[in-house]
Design a protein around this ligand. Structure first.
Ligand SMILES: [Fe+2]
Length: 193
């Protein structure tokens, strides 16, 4: 079996387990914790995700995104993402579940609590609760309403797997938070994260 076939088989096996977890429990923190373990296992097979297969950003590129799989109904969308130092996202939600697992490098994720009740359109107060460094062997899972930001500080580009309940280009209702003004706005999915 060549490397592309090996990767496809590993991806398909992982996603079968993922679909099983969600089918069994629905989207719960427990189910996503198990999904995260499956994704970390896939990410641990570094020979399937080398730089020659998935080139990191070059020239003026900030990040590269390669789609590995997406179901016909646009669920269970899996991507290889590489980001260079200095790349960051504002705090945002995804309005669908999300799991990230590290392959190479370090992607810092900050996690936030929402302080207001979300009843006023365009307003949103958040406070950082904790942070986690996503790297080899580490996965993090987010419920649809969870809020996180991403920061890449290390010299070498990161390589991570991003798995979403809904394809990134269909996440048109996600929002970003401005911590200085306490406001929110729609976060166009023109870049992954
Ligand atoms: Fe995100």
């Amino acid at each position: 079996m060549n490397i592309d076939s090996q990767r496809q088989a590993a991806v398909d096996a992982c996603l079968d387990k993922v679909r099983g977890e969600i089918a069994q429990d629905g989207v719960t923190r427990d189910a996503l914790a198990r999904v995260s373990k499956h994704l970390v296992n896939l990410a641990s097979q570094a020979e399937l995700f080398t730089e020659s297969q998935f080139p990191p950003p070059s020239g003026g590129e900030r990040s590269t995104v390669y789609r590995l799989s997406e179901d016909d109904d646009h669920s269970n969308a899996l991507y290889v993402v590489s980001e260079r130092s200095g790349v960051a996202s504002p705090p945002h939600d995804h309005k669908t579940w999300a799991v990230i697992a590290g392959i190479k490098g370090e992607e810092l994720n900050r996690l936030y609590d929402r302080l207001d009740d979300g009843s006023e359109d365009g307003k949103g107060e958040i406070k950082q609760r904790t942070e986690v460094v996503i790297q080899k062997g580490v996965g993090v899972a987010y419920m649809p309403e969870d809020i996180h930001s991403i920061h890449c500080f290390t010299e070498q580009p990161t390589v991570t797997l991003h798995l979403y309940g809904r394809a990134i280009d269909r996440q048109t209702d996600r929002i970003r938070f401005n911590t200085e003004t306490g406001t929110t706005e729609y976060f166009t999915p023109n870049e992954i994260r």
